[in-house]
Design a protein around this ligand. Structure first.
Ligand SMILES: [Zn+2]
Length: 143
């Protein structure tokens, strides 16, 4: 089911509460505000395949410091299938049956990490994607 207009509108209401990060923090002119809302709404309708997807995308984007550009919205939308894949996890092995975090040794130091089994490796891949996404969202905006 594609996105519905009313749902997208509600999500855009949330996104515009983030500062623009480009010079002025918020638009002062009504026309500009409208243009921004239209741009974000169109991008969301283009990149989200359903209302549920759109909500997930906006939840992620709201973790950022600034209002997203359509390009950032696309990057988050593109990462969704891989994250869903990671969400369908194989059964835990003997090592990680009690917790998804296991003790691993790195350079002779033990720390909490992911298991070496199929489940652990999927979790590690999802961790990496998420870290990259957050880095992008929190990165300094070039003016
Ligand atoms: Zn395991």
């Amino acid at each position: 089911m594609p996105t519905t207009h009313a749902h997208v509108k509600k999500l855009v209401d949330r996104l515009v509460t983030l500062p623009s990060g480009q010079g002025g923090m918020f638009e002062t002119v009504e026309d500009e505000r409208k243009a921004v809302r239209t741009e974000l709404g169109k991008a969301l309708e283009r990149y989200a395949r359903s209302d549920a997807d759109a909500t997930t995308i906006v939840d992620r984007l709201m973790e950022g410091k600034f209002r997203p550009t359509p390009g950032e919205m696309k990057a988050v939308a593109d990462a969704l299938p891989a994250q869903r894949q990671a969400a369908r996890l194989p059964e835990p092995c003997e090592t990680c049956q009690r917790s998804d975090f296991v003790e691993v040794e790195r350079n002779g130091v033990s720390a909490a990490g992911r298991c070496a089994c199929a489940r652990g490796q999927r979790l590690a891949a999802a961790d990496k994607l998420r870290a990259e996404e957050l880095e992008r969202l929190h990165g300094e905006r070039r003016l």
